[in-house]
Design a protein around this ligand. Sequence first.
Ligand code: ASP
Length: 396
Amino acid sequence: MKLKIHTQILMAVLLGILTGYLLGEHAKHLQIVGDLFIRLLKMIIIPLIFATMVSGVVSTGQFGRLGRIGAQTFTYYLITTVLAITVGLVLVNIIAPGIGANPLTEQVFSPTDHQPPTVTSILYDIVPANIFKAMAQGDVLPVIFFSLLLGAALLGVRDKAEPVIVFFKGFDAVMMKLTDWIMRLAPIGVFALIAVMVSRLNKDDIFALAKYMLTVIAGLAVHACIVLPILLRIFAKRNPLTFFRQMFNALVTAFSTDSSAATLPVSMECLEQNAKLPERITSFVMPIGATVNMDGTALYEAVAVMFIAQAYGVEMTFANQVVIALTATLASIGAAAIPSAGLITMVIVLRAVNLPLEGIGMILAVDRILDMCRTTVNVWGDACGAAIIAKLDEKN
Ligand code: ASP
């Protein structure tokens, strides 16, 4: 059954590319199909995170274990994000895609319309004043925060809270079933999303920015196909190819939806059903990972900012590049797990090294396609993290 969905999704991607190419702008009529698929996925994100995180925290069994898993998870996020940025910076310095590119002087991108998050606003975003409002608005971070606290409180109360614990376990199983059903529609949704994307590709933009795109894609490829698999092999003792196959549906969903959040239900399903990771790990690592751990976005932001600096002829010293690395880490953490979020938080990095914000206008045209690639790497990074943390947890 699983294999069948794999094959269907692969065919959907190929058929989507062909249809988008043949239909040209008429492919826009397929937009509604893709949108409905994304809406279905989004529909279950909040209840899924709520159910799965509460029952996940409870199944860790003790505060100590929860704390250890948390510390390992955040260490993994930080190390892999820094590794991704390093790969990006090395490549962008070697390839230098921005040298000779035309810097943009007119303002196509207005930063005032896209205010990037500040540290205070991120903190306010994490701690909800009203959890029901946060849920209604689909805000993931406060829901994660509340679910963690609720799970911990259930652990604290234990026996008296038994009925509530049983409820959350059942609720969680039901949400996974719903995800399973929605996944059966994935071939149709993926087909429509890819067809619309292909029909909108503009050859001129791609040629003009080919070197920049290749640098980002090469960086993402090195991180996803070399760095993360090495970590997976060493720390999770898993075969990267097999794990890739197990995560395939989630990776294609990430590629076609541009959103780690929308992909979350599918990633959780792949990890639990195909890779057989314990739920107490996936339910903790994945929702937080989808929201804060974005290796692809961090790498992309570092490369894009260096590209803009090169195009404007501004030299970036080693110290400047360290600032880029630090702020790109923050910007990737602050980026929401939705399409184009990385493009907006890049303002933080540009400001930190005093580069013109108009520079973002130079790369807007090809952002969609790079967003697909970086979102796939974001999800792959979260998945590898879940496998590694699960292995480390086994040893304890
Ligand atoms: N679309 C990305 C994600 O959801 C975020 C970004 O724009 O880089 O992971």
